[in-house]
Design a protein around this ligand. Structure first.
Ligand code: NAD
Length: 454
């Protein structure tokens, strides 16, 4: 198994992935570790997580450097990610006790009725590479706080960060048999699906998520799926500062090279302001600098997976063949590199793949619409339902429009934003279950109703 730097295509490291026997052994270890870990008090478990948050803070520069090395995102974005993960961890530290502590909910004569929670047991955390810290902490932090053991499979494209997370958790007092990395790609993941685990928490593509849900369904254990998106954004004709909106939209489309589950993937613009908006938008996108992600002046790094570049080119080709126009970009910066110019396509339609299929790269289709109704219909014309965004100084109008879009997150005058206080819960092909918020704390426990008489 080779870890490759997507910016230089050089091999950073070669590793032996886990196999059936090693993963079985790790599972047996985790079973023993989990029983012991669950016996500790919630306070003791939270103490370790606090130390982990400090560890991330103290080591953030090194952690960010490794992340940039293996996924190709700008160093500053890697730093932002580590800090964002700390923010989410602090949410779990501050809120877990409130939601996990037993509560007397009713008293019937001399019978106390108490709602309590037990951990699930040994769970699998099968993770993605685009934000390995963020999507990781959504799962393993609340899972560990609740008393579970975690078999953590980082993506094969972010294994160094997986190792770094493991090292940090052990340094923070998490026992070696409670958080165990499983190294490898699809084959290692498949072994986890065959084990009798107590829950499956997956972040990745719809295709893999659907497969996993089907494969483990007979076990009747919790399955949580955080999947892809084709997130729409609509700019109405009531905008105070169109240049500012164009800048926010450009960031929503191209941050992390568009490799965010909640990246803006489709833009609809009211016909009254279309021309003016496009002028500002093109100017913003042309200012983005693509190149070595360790250099401060670059805000676009390399596309993480080499095989994804031809996929992006195919989406562009399909659109152009059906009548789209490439307003800027459309190609790699140099032949065979993973650096791709931020690309805008106009005159797009929903007959084109770029408006329906997740791109997960630095390419965006922009479409003119006549009115709110047309925008709502187009925004809903997609199999995904992660987020949707509407820009308007008329907040009531924006709320009215976005509330008619079937998505787990609604944005008014913002986009591509995640808060630990709110649930992250995709609809349709974007997922099942919720992470973050108090719902994401309760995702890692089973309820137990106590009836205590006397
Ligand atoms: P992927 O589906 O290719 O892989 C995800 C993980 O699943 C990896 O660890 C991989 O090794 C493992 N895997 C692959 N095949 C498997 C199998 N048959 N059995 C078990 N495990 C298997 O996805 P990816 O390329 O890593 O991530 C990109 C996708 O993730 C995009 O669609 C993106 O939108 C989505 N994503 C969603 C969220 C969210 O919060 N909704 C967050 C980040 C990424």
């Amino acid at each position: 198994m080779k870890i490759i730097n997507p910016s230089t295509q050089e091999i950073i490291k070669e590793l032996s992935p886990d196999h059936k026997i090693s993963i079985q052994e790790k599972y047996e270890l985790a079973q023993k570790g989990q029983a012991e870990w669950a016996r500790k008090t919630l306070e003791d478990r939270i103490k370790c997580i606090k130390l982990f948050e400090s560890y991330l803070n103290q080591n953030k520069e090194d952690l960010a450097r490794d992340l940039t090395l293996e996924v190709g995102k700008p160093f500053q974005e890697s730093l932002n990610e580590v800090n964002g993960a700390r923010n989410r961890i602090n949410f779990f530290i501050e809120n877990s006790e409130k939601w996990l502590s037993p509560t007397e909910v009713h008293r019937d004569g001399n019978t106390k009725e108490i709602l309590a929670f037990d951990p699930l047991g040994v769970i699998a955390n099968i993770s993605a590479w685009n934000y390995p810290f963020l999507v990781g902490v959504n799962v393993f932090i609340p899972a560990l706080i609740a008393g579970n053991a975690v078999l953590y499979k980082p993506s094969e494209f972010s294994t160094l960060t997986g190792f770094n997370i493991h090292k940090g958790l052990l340094a923070s007092g998490i026992p070696t048999d409670v958080f165990i990395p499983v190294i490898g790609g699809r084959e290692a993941g498949e072994v986890l699906l065959d084990l009798p685990l107590d829950g499956y928490f997956f972040t990745g593509s719809y295709q893999t998520g659907k497969y996993i849900a089907q494969k483990v369904s007979h076990k009747l254990v919790p399955v949580s799926l955080e999947l892809g998106g084709k997130d729409p954004l609509y700019v109405t004709d009531e905008i105070a500062d169109l240049k500012q909106v164009a800048s926010a939209v450009a960031e929503g489309c191209f941050y992390n090279n568009g490799q965010s589950c909640c990246a803006v993937e489709r833009v609809y613009v009211h016909e009254e302001i279309y021309g003016e908006f496009m002028g500002h938008f093109l100017q913003e996108v042309k200012m983005l600098k693509v190149g070595d992600p360790m250099k401060k002046e670059n805000n676009q790094g390399a596309v993480t997976r080499s095989v994804h570049v031809p996929f992006l080119q195919e989406q562009i080709k399909d659109a152009v063949e059906k009548g789209a126009r490439v307003l800027c970009g459309g190609e790699r910066t140099t032949p065979d590199s993973n650096f791709f110019y931020p690309t805008i396509l106009t005159e797009v339609t929903h007959e084109m793949r770029i408006m329906k299929e997740e791109s997960f790269g630095p390419i965006i289709g922009v479409m003119k619409v006549k009115n709110d109704q047309e925008a709502i219909e187009l925004m809903n014309d997609c199999e995904y339902g992660l987020t949707a965004s509407v820009y308007s100084k008329n907040i009531d109008r924006a709320k009215k429009v976005v509330s008619q879009v079937n998505a787990g997150t609604s944005y008014v005058n913002c986009c591509d934003r995640v808060s630990p206080y709110l649930p992250w819960a995709g609809r349709k092909h974007s997922g099942l279950g919720a992470t973050l918020s108090y719902l994401g704390i309760l995702s890692f426990v089973r309820p137990r109703g106590w009836h205590i008489r006397g």
